[in-house]
Design a protein around this ligand. Structure first.
Ligand code: IMP
Ligand code: MG
Length: 186
């Protein structure tokens, strides 16, 4: 049987096992770095960061809270981003004097994260760091440098493991490269 996502899948870029191993490593690293922190808050950027959050938090041994923020960037269509970013859903946690770690799926141009970080920084947290599963560093248009990176990837449009293809297939347990020909044929 051919599964619905398979016609859009050019190749599996990062398989489930490789993802989970790296996420466990990142969680251990974060646990070491924040060992003495007692007011850590993980801030997940919706929707793409949700799979990554729920997996990595299982490996973070430091007590922490979680909260969610949704940001959207507009301008050049669903598969590209622009400099116009808007917070669609804000966190509810008071973050002044607290240690914040943003958990994001992917950094591309950097516009989304640079806006989110400015917004959070203005609320005067004790610290603010960024953990991204994927980093497309070659695509960066504004200066955003993540503190923790799962995988650096080339400039390919990817989906699965939280990342969507037209809002679907976030459930896939691996990261796949989108077959743009299959998509354009529709
Ligand atoms: P930025 O503002 O250009 O850094 O865009 C970041 C956002 O664009 C991410 O949070 C994703 O939602 C989305 N994005 C960027 N590249 C991809 C991709 O390859 N697949 C799916 N979503 C992507
Ligand atoms: Mg996102």
């Amino acid at each position: 049987m051919v599964l619905p996502h398979e016609k859009y899948l050019k190749e599996v870029l990062i398989d489930e096992h490789t993802l989970q191993n790296r996420i466990a490593e990142l969680g251990a690293e974060i646990s070491r770095d924040y060992a003495d922190v007692d007011n850590l808050v993980l801030i997940c950027i919706l929707k793409g960061g949700v799979m990554f959050l729920t997996d990595i938090m299982r490996h973070i041994t430091v007590p922490h809270e979680i909260d969610f923020m949704a940001a959207a960037s507009y301008g050049r269509g669903a598969r590209s981003t622009s400099g116009t970013v808007r917070i669609e859903m804000d966190i509810r946690t008071q973050i002044e004097d607290r240690h914040l770690l943003i958990v994001e799926d992917i950094i591309d141009s950097g516009y989304t994260l640079s806006f989110v970080m400015e917004t959070l920084q203005a609320r005067r947290p004790a610290s603010l760091k960024l953990c991204t599963l994927l980093d497309k560093a070659a695509r960066r248009e504004v200066d955003v440098s993540p503190d923790y990176v799962g995988f650096s990837i080339d400039n390919k449009f990817v989906f699965g493991y939280g990342l969507d293809l037209d809002e679907k297939y976030r459930n896939l347990p691996f990261i796949g490269v989108v077959d743009l020909d299959a998509l354009n044929d529709e």
